[in-house]
Each structure stands twice: as structure tokens, then as C-alpha cells.
Design a protein around this ligand. Structure first.
Ligand code: ATP
Ligand code: LTN
Length: 340
């Protein structure tokens, strides 16, 4: 089943609270969301139910949920154009997840790279961690989403959502739109500044030198970028040689924050050393993040307004997700709980 022609393209994506958002989350995911929000029908979720697949402090989780909402808005998501909501506010996600669990083989879940990486770091692995991508499939499929803009690491989960949708459709008849993952041309995998072999990750963002976070102060950004790992050479050019991963990463970040062409960037840095590269990259990030940091500082002060916007988003999300989950329950043969 492809994209439905009689309506605007539906876009769904989400981020969980698992640390502070960094420029990888912004360049890989949120920036794409902001770019599509005018022409598409968008659902951007704060996935708190996913967040508890790793144990969380309840007080902190509540605070971080508001902070993430404020960051979504600060990055440019507009609550008039996009439905911004908290996953646990819409019960249909949990209901749909259960039903999808019952068409998903465990083998599919055990193969997920993120599960393998995250379960290794745990002493005792929670069932929720294994089930994580099924809840993600429920998020996506409930909204008949056509497109899911994410960074590269989430592509496998969106492909699993496709497999689950197709399997459900085969068993119970056409029900779900089969979604497409959408990756940015550049920035789908921003690398850790202290370790260019690995991606920048929220859960590592507390490690000094690993990431630039969206609300970092200019001086902290300068310090982090100055210590970024590069190589022993001198050449400043785009390329995918493994030993140049650090330099390429810095150039990609510069490209995305300045909007300049690659040839112009290489010409700009020709004959310069890595110190100059790092200085200019830091300044480009600082300029790019300035409006986000300023808006965030204002938004996070007003809890009542954030809660009001999230309640509005939840109501709009429920209006789509509830009838869909009723359709799903009917398809599997559940008796309607309504009278008459
Ligand atoms: P965690 O460390 O908890 O896995 P994370 O930083 O990997 O966190 P996610 O919550 O998994 O972040 O991802 C949120 C969104 O940001 C997803 O769409 C993901 O693909 C994207 N993203 C995450 N890290 C990067 C990165 N380094 N480069 C580009 N996109 C990224
Ligand atoms: N697993 C995703 C967050 C997520 C998501 C989604 C992304 C949960 N549900 C639905 C896209 C669509 C992550 O970024 N860690």
C-alpha cells in the first residue's frame, strides 16, 4: 500500500529523553522536520514510553519531557502547523503496540542493532527494551504516516515498522500505510567529536568533548570543538577515508550550519590548518544555535504554556489515533465495547 493521493503527506517522528539533545539530533532529525512542516501534515512526538525502557528517575523524566517540548519549539516546530505531543498522553499507542506484538516474531527484534548495543550495556535487560521497536511501529502506523524523517541509526527501526505493517495487512487485510524512512542527504550520521568512529549520541553527551548540545554556551562550544579528534595530516577536504572521519565530520557540520557549497568550503579552508578549521566550525555552530538557545531560555520558563500546547497536541493526536486503533481492534476480532 503506497502513499494516499487524496490527502496531504503525513509525517511522523519522535525523540526520547535519554540525555541532552545534541547537534546530531538537530542536523539528522529535527531540522528536517522543520523543513517539511509547512507542506505536510506532521506529528512530532516526545516518546516518554520509549524513554522508560532504560530506568529513569520519575521527577527527572517529568522535567525532561517539558524540556524536550521546549526544545522542539525552540528549534522551529510550530504548534499551529505540527501536532506536538507526548506519547503517554495518547493511550492508543500502548493498545496498538500490544496488538502489533502479536504479529511480530521475537527474532525480528533480537536482530535490531540498537537492541544489541543497548542490551549489552545493561546488567538485566528489560522486556521493554526488546519491544522498543514495536512501540515505535505503533507510533508510526497509528497515524497512517507516509514518511518518517530520522537519522541513519533509526532507519532499521522504520524498516521494521514497514515489515510489521505488511505482515498485519497480509493477515488481517489492508489496514496500515507502509511508511518510508527519510534520511537527510547530509548530516544523517554526525560523528562523536571525541571519537569519530562512532556517532554522536545523547546518552554519551555528558562525556566531555563528545558532543555539542543545543543549549551549550558559546564558550563551552569553543572548548568542545577545539579538542575534537582529527588526524595527523593537514588536508582539509570532504571525503570518506576512515582516517579523515574527524575532519570530514567537522566539514559536514560547517556545511550544514552555513549552507555553503562544498567546493566553496574547501576553497575557504585551503592552506589553513586544523586550528582554523575548528575555530570557524565552532563559530558557525554558535551562530546556528544562537536563536535556538535564546528561544529555549524563554520557553522553558513558562510551564503552563508548555502544558497547554502539549494538551492541545494530545487532543489532535487522539483524534487520529483513536479511530485508527478502533479499526485495528475490529480487524483482529475484538468485540466493540460500545453499547448498541
Ligand atoms: P541515544 O544515545 O539515547 O541512543 P541518540 O542521540 O542516538 O540517543 P535518538 O533519540 O536515538 O538519539 O535519536 C533522535 C533522532 O536523532 C533520530 O532521528 C536519530 O536518527 C537522530 N540522530 C541521533 N544521533 C544522530 C547523529 N549522530 N547524527 C544524525 N542523526 C542522529
Ligand atoms: N527510536 C527513536 C524515537 C522514536 C521514533 C518513533 C522516531 C520513537 N518513536 C517514531 C520516529 C518515529 C529514536 O530516535 N531513538
Amino acid at each position: 500500500m503506497g502513499i494516499k493521493a487524496d490527502r496531504r503527506l503525513r509525517v511522523f517522528s519522535g525523540i526520547q529523553f535519554s540525555g541532552t539533545l545534541h547537534i546530531g539530533n538537530y542536523l539528522g532529525a529535527i531540522r528536517q522536520w522543520v523543513a517539511v512542516q509547512v507542506e505536510c501534515e506532521n506529528y512530532f512526538c516526545i516518546v516518554d514510553m520509549h524513554a522508560i525502557t532504560i530506568p529513569q528517575d520519575p521527577v527527572l523524566l517529568r522535567r525532561k519531557t517539558r524540556e524536550l517540548a521546549a526544545l522542539y519549539l525552540a528549534c522551529g516546530l510550530d504548534p499551529l502547523q505540527s501536532t506536538i505531543f507526548v506519547q503517554s498522553h495518547v493511550r492508543a499507542h500502548a493498545e496498538c503496540c500490544w496488538i502489533l506484538n502479536c504479529v511480530t516474531p521475537v527474532g525480528w527484534l533480537e536482530r535490531m542493532t540498537q537492541y544489541k548495543a543497548k542490551s549489552q550495556a545493561q546488567e538485566s535487560v528489560l522486556a521493554g527494551l526488546l519491544d522498543y521497536p514495536v512501540l515505535q511501529a505503533a507510533d508510526i502506523l497509528l497515524y497512517d504516516s507516509d514518511q518518517v524523517p530520522v537519522g541513519e541509526d533509526q532507519k532499521q527501526h522504520v524498516e521494521l515498522a514497514r515489515d510489521i505493517a505488511q505482515r498485519f495487512n497480509r493477515i488481517y487485510g489492508e489496514t496500515f500505510v507502509v511508511p518510508e524512512p527519510v534520511l537527510p542527504k547530509s548530516g544523517a550520521r554526525i560523528r562523536a567529536l571525541n571519537d569519530p568512529e562512532h556517532k554522536m549520541a545523547k546518552s554519551q553527551a555528558h562525556i566531555a568533548g563528545h558532543a555539542v548540545c543545543l543549549v551549550d554556551e558559546p564558550d563551552a562550544i569553543r572548548r568542545t570543538v577545539r579538542r575534537a579528534v582529527t588526524d595527523t595530516g593537514r588536508e582539509i577536504a570532504f571525503g570518506d577515508a576512515p582516517e579523515k572521519a574527524g575532519v570530514n565530520n567537522l566539514l559536514e557540520i560547517y556545511e550544514l550550519f552555513t549552507g555553503q557549497e562544498r567546493a566553496a568550503i574547501e576553497a575557504h579552508f585551503a592552506g589553513q590548518g586544523y586550528a582554523a578549521l575548528k575555530r570557524d566550525v565552532a563559530e558557525a555552530i554558535i551562530e546556528g544555535l544562537r536563536p535556538i538557545r535564546e528561544r529555549y531560555a524563554r520557553l522553558i520558563e513558562d510551564h503552563a504554556e508548555l502544558d497547554r500546547l502539549l494538551a492541545l497536541g494530545a487532543a489532535r493526536a487522539r483524534a487520529v489515533a483513536e479511530p485508527k486503533v478502533e479499526e485495528v481492534k475490529h480487524k483482529v476480532g475484538f468485540l466493540s465495547g460500545d453499547e448498541g
